[in-house]
Design a protein around this ligand. Sequence first.
Ligand code: RIB
Length: 329
Amino acid sequence: MSEAAGTGERAGHGTELLVVGSANADLVVAVDRRPGPGETVLGSDLVVHPGGKGANQAVAAARLGARTALLARVGDDAHGRLLLESQRAAGVDTSAVLTGGAPTGVALITVDPSGDNSIVVSPGANARLRPADVRAAGGLLARARVVSVQLEIPPETVAEVARALPAGTRLVLNPSPPAALPPDVLAVCDPLVLNEHEARVLLGGGVGGSGGPGPGPQVPGSGPGPGPEDWARGLLALGPRSVVVTLGAAGALVAGPAGGERVPSPRVRAVDTTGAGDAFTAALAWRLGLGEDLATAARFAVRVGAAAVTRPGAQQSFPTADELPPATP
Ligand code: RIB
């Protein structure tokens, strides 16, 4: 049986951002070169960090000053305790973090000298976060201005979040790892936030954008065009209210029915990109909940993502508000 894991420092004040998602222990090895198929490479000593796309977003937002809560499931084990400690240290409301049912999720991560990574996730307890857990957290959902979800939890749980969303509450969805989304979920995404790889998969370009196996096109004939503006148009045709395509060092593209706008990123030296997308999405979601428009929120979020790549790891790389690089003119 599971039990709620306790209450963090900011509980009871109303929630600016509720994150529903995964919590993983990140097992990280630095390598000179990430291995190809059938290849073995030697790497650094192993380090274990708190991670998972949901847990990362919650910590990123709380560290910026947002009143944040996390709905997630961890195992009753040392990795679960590591994750809970990290959430509480950041000030996240953990009253809806459930414990037990399976070992805590684990992410096996290799990072190369350019800061790029490859990740394999064993979902563990994340796969046991059920629609009933979302229904049981109805009070938390009702108090949230914005709810943010990703795809490291079961699709039926994501669908339940979309169904249970109170009127006036905004849903931000990062389809990572990428998978096809049902029309009723896509219809409430505002925005759908995704990187180039995820955009290509949702548009039917296949894993890695190479035409390999993927969820396949959701709109017949809507393959990816030559650039982000084309992807954004194709993605909007799938039904979300708005789209944000993250472009790494090039910043982001925000797009809605009225058109698109590029948002440049500050220039920084990347050390480790792990979790930078989560930090970006959390910052974006929080600022949307404060009433900013999409482009304004994205101009803040690119600064958060840029700061996050300058330090190793996921959660420990996330900045406070006074650690952000200046906005790009
Ligand atoms: O987005 C980065 C995260 O992806 C890592 O922390 C890892 O846990 C995986 O979920």
